[in-house]
Design a protein around this ligand. Structure first.
Ligand SMILES: [Zn+2]
Length: 282
C-alpha cells in the first residue's frame, strides 16, 4: 500500500513539467535538529525561550546593539547547527534536482542543510543561521565575512553593511519580522508557476509560508474533457498536484489541500521515491 503511494508520487514527479518542494522542520529532525513545537520541541520544553523569541525582533528594532550582544553571549536554542549534516531526505531532494525534475525548494528551515546536501535552487523563506542580512538593502553575507567576536570585544556592534552602511542582523527571520521581499516574491512566483508541489516535513500552519500551498491549490487550468454525456467540453481542472510526505496528517490533509499524504519519515520515503523516479525515467 505504502509502496504503491510512493510509486504514484514518483510517476507524478516524472510526469510533471515544473515540480517544486516545500520543506519544514520534519525533514531536519532526522539530522538531530530539534523542531519547535513537537513533543520534544525547543519551546515545548522551554516556554520561557518561546516568550523571549517573540520579543526578540522588538528588542532588535529598539536597540540592535543590545540584541547582538545578547546573541553573541548566549547559546542558540537550536544548538550548534553548523556541525549538523544532511540526512537521506535532503540528499534525495538534491538528487531530484540533479535529475532535472525538481526545479526549486522553498524551505522554512534555517539550518542550511539543503545547501550542504548539494541542492542549488533554494529559497530560504525564514532565512539561514549560516548567513547575515542587511536590513536595508537585503544583501546577504556568510557569517564568517564578519568578525563578530571582535566587534563585540571592541564594542562596535551592530555590524554594518559594507555595501550600504545599513544595520546587519542574522538572516534568520524573527517573529514579527517581515519575510524579506526577495524570497517572499520569488516563493509566490514559484507557487504560481509549479504544476507539482511536494510538501515534506511541514504542516504548513505558520503564515505567510502556509499560504503557498493554498495559493497553488486554487489555481486551475482549462482542459478539454469528455463529460458524462460523451461530449467534449472545456473544464477547469486543478493546475497543481500536491503531495505530502509527513509523519502525521496535517491541516493540509484535512482541508483537502493536498491530493494525497504519504505518511512516514521523509528520510525513508524520499529515497525510495527517487528509486522509482529513476526506474520510470529509463
Ligand atoms: Zn546594505
Amino acid at each position: 500500500m505504502m509502496e504503491q503511494m510512493i510509486e504514484r508520487a514518483a510517476q507524478d514527479l516524472v510526469n510533471s513539467k515544473y515540480a517544486i518542494a516545500l520543506t519544514g522542520a520534519g525533514i531536519s529532525t532526522e539530522s538531530g535538529i530539534p523542531d519547535f513545537r513537537g513533543p520534544s520541541g525547543v519551546w515545548t520544553k522551554d516556554p520561557e525561550a518561546e516568550r523571549r523569541a517573540y520579543r526578540s525582533y522588538e528588542i532588535f528594532m529598539e536597540d540592535p546593539r543590545v540584541w547582538w550582544m545578547e546573541r553573541l553571549t548566549s547559546p542558540s536554542p537550536l544548538g550548534d547547527l553548523e556541525s549538523r549534516s544532511p540526512n537521506s531526505g535532503h540528499y534525495a531532494l538534491a538528487e531530484l534536482e540533479e535529475l532535472g525534475i525538481l526545479k526549486c525548494i522553498i524551505t522554512q528551515n534555517v539550518d542550511g542543510l539543503h545547501e550542504k546536501a548539494g541542492m542549488h535552487n533554494i529559497l530560504e523563506y525564514h532565512g539561514s543561521v549560516l548567513k547575515l542580512r542587511c536590513t536595508s538593502c537585503i544583501s546577504r553575507f556568510r557569517r564568517d565575512e564578519f568578525d563578530l567576536e571582535k566587534l563585540l570585544r571592541e564594542d562596535k556592534l551592530p555590524p554594518q553593511c559594507p555595501r550600504c552602511g545599513g544595520i546587519v542582523k542574522t538572516d534568520g527571520v524573527a517573529f514579527g519580522e517581515p519575510i524579506p521581499n526577495d524570497v517572499a516574491r520569488q516563493s509566490l512566483e514559484e507557487a504560481w508557476k509549479c504544476d507539482l508541489m511536494l510538501i515534506c516535513g511541514t504542516s504548513a500552519v505558520v503564515f505567510p509560508f502556509a499560504s503557498l500551498p493554498r495559493i497553488a491549490r486554487q489555481r486551475t487550468v482549462e482542459q478539454e474533457r469528455k463529460n458524462n454525456t460523451g461530449r467534449y467540453g472545456v473544464e477547469a481542472v486543478p493546475a497543481v498536484t500536491i503531495i505530502e510526505v509527513n509523519a502525521e496528517p496535517t491541516p493540509l490533509t484535512e482541508e483537502g489541500i493536498s491530493d494525497y499524504l504519504i505518511q512516514g519519515k521523509t528520510g525513508e520515503i524520499l529515497p525510495r521515491m527517487v528509486e522509482h523516479v529513476k526506474k520510470f525515467m529509463l
